[in-house]
Design a protein around this ligand. Structure first.
Ligand code: GLY
Ligand code: MN
Ligand code: MN
Length: 538
């Protein structure tokens, strides 16, 4: 009796704890709700072929060193479709209902069960019942996946993404990702030499091999450089060797249809994630606004002698203050020549000099959605003549890019417009002799999609309404460049997050000062950090 009472009390206590944490008090009210994720699954399912299953895995836990792992980042597709943020999970979405244990189901999520010892160290898990309730999906423990019968004989298509690599085996966990992947491979008779790249190339050849033969051939050749075994693939070789329509038609027909398919699911997710819902746009707007305020606060606080690390810290403090959980990518804060390193992340310079520019490419990640905002400012608050000339040119290129952000325009239109402005401007300033040399100083693209990933999924087709992209031209003139040395050490990028709408475009990061006058005016303002001093450490 006593034992029963103790157990009843413990059960009651644990239920209370679950009820409190699920009451939502710790969840921001704009967290995407289960209806959002349900609709995403529904939209995907409607595009699946009959007799198909889409199989998605949670992303792996990555070890940092010894007992410490990196922060866990859910696979963005997995989060998008489920809202589940824990590791060691599998999602099955069926193109047509399947009989599972006498019930017709269209989806199944296998999740980590509750485990008090694990939760004591690492925090609460949703558990099987919690996941079913919070996420609204039919849910089973991941330990059931091994015995789950996937009726492969009756399935015509098994759609996957490239399976995660370098997954560690936790020998004590029979349902960690390592085991789940092994169990899946057994179920589907996964060929030892399966190549996701080959599967993708087969898909591309079947879909675009006749209409876009030149581009497809170049793509295959590039993939063969990366993965030389593909050079021995007969259907791909046959396609490359076909030089006229008749032989190409035959070569396309010779590409085998794929039951295990690592092409189609990526295509469908690219199409879906490119176009944002209103709830996603609100999260991106918030992330972009936080990031813009970070830029303002740094502009006010910036003083010569500050370190790159300190500047990074101010941005990231502002994000945290607003409740952003993470940065969307390692922050890039580079002064002087460091600003010419496109993805400089070490923030190693201990003291920025007054004459230097500081390039700050920093983005808050709020509830999974990331901003990507860059401003480049003079450390002492005033642009020099040369710095201003380059800044005005990058700004003009960005404006030209904005003007191309229209529904129906080619994805590349902002880049072409921005690059043309920079090419002309660099010739005029005498930094290059011919327009064709522009890529020496502007070596990257102008835009990428933005969303759950900083370089988000998308189809790269004509722009659609409710797409968010960056517009981020830059000019980088490292020391030693073949031009007048007065330009050396200028590294400049201006990057904003642009929502394409039916009516035009909206700058989601518009709070960040952008013109020379706005930046100099903001930098002249006092900062809350002006009197902030820490004791000297020996
Ligand atoms: N922050 C990385 C990029 O601008 O693409
Ligand atoms: Mn970017
Ligand atoms: Mn960026």
């Amino acid at each position: 009796m006593a034992a029963f009472r103790l157990c009843a009390l413990l059960c009651w206590l644990s239920l209370t704890a679950v009820a409190t944490s699920h009451a939502g008090s710790e969840k921001p009210s704009d967290t995407l709700d289960k209806e959002f994720h349900r609709q995403r699954r529904e939209v995907l399912r409607q595009q699946l072929p009959p007799r198909s299953v889409a199989v998605l895995f949670a992303s792996p836990v990555r070890n940092r060193a010894n007992d410490v792992d990196y922060y866990y980042h859910p696979d963005p597709d997995f989060y998008y479709l489920t809202g589940y943020k824990e590791p060691n999970a599998v999602l099955l979405l069926f193109g047509s209902p399947q009989n599972v244990g006498g019930k017709q189901v269209q989806e199944l999520l296998f999740v980590q069960p509750n485990n008090p010892m694990h939760e004591l160290w690492n925090g609460k898990r949703l558990g099987v019942e919690g996941a079913a309730k919070e996420l609204g999906i039919a849910t089973l423990p991941n330990t059931d996946f091994s015995n789950f019968k996937l009726d492969t004989a009756n399935l015509q298509h098994i759609l996957i993404k490239e399976l995660p690599h370098d997954v560690r085996d936790d020998a004590a966990d029979e349902a960690d990702l390592y085991s789940l992947l092994g169990q899946f491979k057994t179920k589907v008779n996964y060929p030892a030499d399966f190549s996701a790249t080959r599967s993708m190339l087969y898909g591309i050849v079947r879909e675009h091999g006749l209409g876009q033969a030149e581009g497809v051939s170049v793509y295959i050749q590039e993939a063969m450089q990366q993965e030389p075994e593909l050079k021995r693939d007969k259907p791909l070789q046959g396609y490359l060797e076909a030089k006229d329509m008749r032989s190409r038609t035959k070569a396309v027909a010779a590409v085998p249809s794929q039951k295990l398919d690592a092409y189609t699911l990526d295509q469908l997710l690219d199409g879906m994630r490119e176009v944002k819902t209103e709830a996603e746009i609100n999260l991106l707007r918030k992330a972009a606004s936080m990031s813009a305020v970070g830029q303002i606060e740094v502009m006010k606080a910036m003083k010569p002698g500050m370190s790159e690390m300190e500047v990074q810290g101010i941005h990231e403090f502002v994000f945290k203050k607003y409740g952003a959980q993470h940065v969307g990518y390692p922050s890039i804060v580079g002064a002087g020549n460091n600003g010419c390193v496109l993805h400089y992340t070490s923030s190693a310079k201990p003291a920025i000099s007054g004459q230097e520019l500081v390039l700050m490419d920093v983005g808050a990640e709020y509830l999974g959605y990331t901003a990507d905002v860059t401003r480049t400012i003079p450390a002492n608050g005033k642009f020099t003549k040369e710095q201003r000339a380059i800044y005005e040119l990058v700004l003009k290129a960005q404006e030209a890019g904005f003007a191309q952000c229209k529904v129906g325009n080619a994805f590349n239109a902002p880049h072409q417009a921005a690059e043309a402005v920079i090419a002309d401007g660099l010739v005029k300033l005498g930094i290059i002799k011919k327009r064709e040399e522009v890529q020496r100083y502007f070596p990257h693209g102008t835009s990428h999609y933005l969303g759950l990933d900083v370089h988000d999924r998308g189809s790269f087709g004509p722009f659609q309404a409710n797409t968010v992209i960056t517009v981020e031209p830059g000019i980088y003139i490292p020391e030693g460049s073949p031009c007048d040395r007065k330009w050396w050490g200028i590294g400049m990028r201006i990057e904003d997050d642009i929502l394409i709408t039916e009516k035009g475009w909206e700058n989601l990061s518009k709070l960040a000062p952008r013109t020379v006058a706005e930046i100099e005016k903001t930098m002249a303002q006092p900062s809350a950090l002006d009197g902030f001093k820490l004791p000297q450490l020996n």
